[in-house]
Design a protein around this ligand. Sequence first.
Ligand SMILES: [Zn+2]
Length: 490
Amino acid sequence: MKKLETISQILEQYMEKVHREVYLNLSGQKETCELSPIFEANSSIFTPEIISRLREAVSNEDPERQKRAKYLLRMVLEGYLQGRCKELVDLKSTTEAQATISIEGKQIPFRQATTLNYSERDQVRRKLLFEAGKPVREQLNELQRQTAEREQGISRELGFPHYLALYQETSLPSLRALVQEMDSFCRKTREKYEELMARVIPRELGIAWSQFGEYDVARLRRGDRYDHFFKDDRLDATLKETLSGMGIQLSDLPNISIDGELRPRKYPRACVITIRIPEEVVILYNPTGGYKSYHELFHESGHALHFGTTDRSLPFEYKEGGDGAVSEGYAFLMDNLLLNPDWWRVFIGGDGCKEYMEFAYALELHLLRNYTARLKGDMALYNGQSTGEKDRQYAQFIKEYLGFDYSLDRVYYQNDSFYGACYLRAWIFEAQMRDYLKRNYGPRWFQSKEAGRLVKEFWGYGTQYTVEELASRLGYQGLDTGPLLAEFLG
Ligand SMILES: [Zn+2]
């Protein structure tokens, strides 16, 4: 029987190879994403026996080892599920990278359509672009639907009633409690959301809130009215100077690289790939320009700084496993600087702050509501109900929380197996951490070396602590939506 330490080391070597392959595919340098051979070579770690061994350790050993076993169990279960679904997973990535769509007689890569949608000013053409992607999304949905069904079957084989139960056993917080908390948050902010959307959408898109559709979301997020504030040639310097104010020099961190090159088949969303933590961390992003580039690069730099400064002596499960909300929280802490009027005065200047804030708060509320609806939808999706019922519920949640229709062909395509729960907990935690920083180091905490030291200390913990534990370290009673709510209802 393998020891926890051995499982941890094998996983670390396996994940490095996976991340390298994913990096080549997402960066657009390699058309295919061949994870199967990597999995085959390491299949001895992803077995029902190892899963039983880890489940035993979770219930038997001392609390510290229980936690490590839980984090390892999550990774092994994910690997096991991926392995059993590998041809579907490979096919989905390859299909997405190779797919083209036909628009006005021209063939363009599917991934590029999202980038085009950001910049399209005409609603009719946005709708056309969105519609043109429908056959590809349906193809991807079908693959995702098959994957979800297979995951359900495997969960039952392993002795769980359904996938949701499997997820709950390896996740630290209760999803139901989170949904309750977020339901209450969404109720309290509904009026604010409607009011902001009704004000912001006509200004941004020249259409009424009642005319807004799902094909307008990407365009709304682009926010190019603010481009003249967020100067492209100042992006790198602004990030460096902001960090320098906190006593953090990017030049001291050659292990973090930034890939901002435009390639046609590059993944349209920005992300961080942690090839090896902390030794090799890459930020992938597309310099679309303006506010969006600033937002993306700041967000991803939060992830990269977290993983790139994680204590290298930690076991692998504390570097990469554990609570996904932790790194998202640090990423939000960085991108939320764009919403700090004091940061604006120092780095952006001009008089656009008030309008920009309304725009950004509308987007934040939209995202919080979107993730809450999707979490509820995912919970319905994975608790073993019939497919028709799940689809209907999913669409209903989205309509209820967002206030506009969402076509079902996006449901499975966007399915993230509960990662949305990490985002929601990260939002709550980040508002608490920022509240702490403001109270202790002032509204210009981003210019305080002491604040920087605290943030760096937290980054160094890797993923050892959950956001609930980190919030307690800052003096809160675990997660508390108070600071997040105060931000919107002030
Ligand atoms: Zn993120």
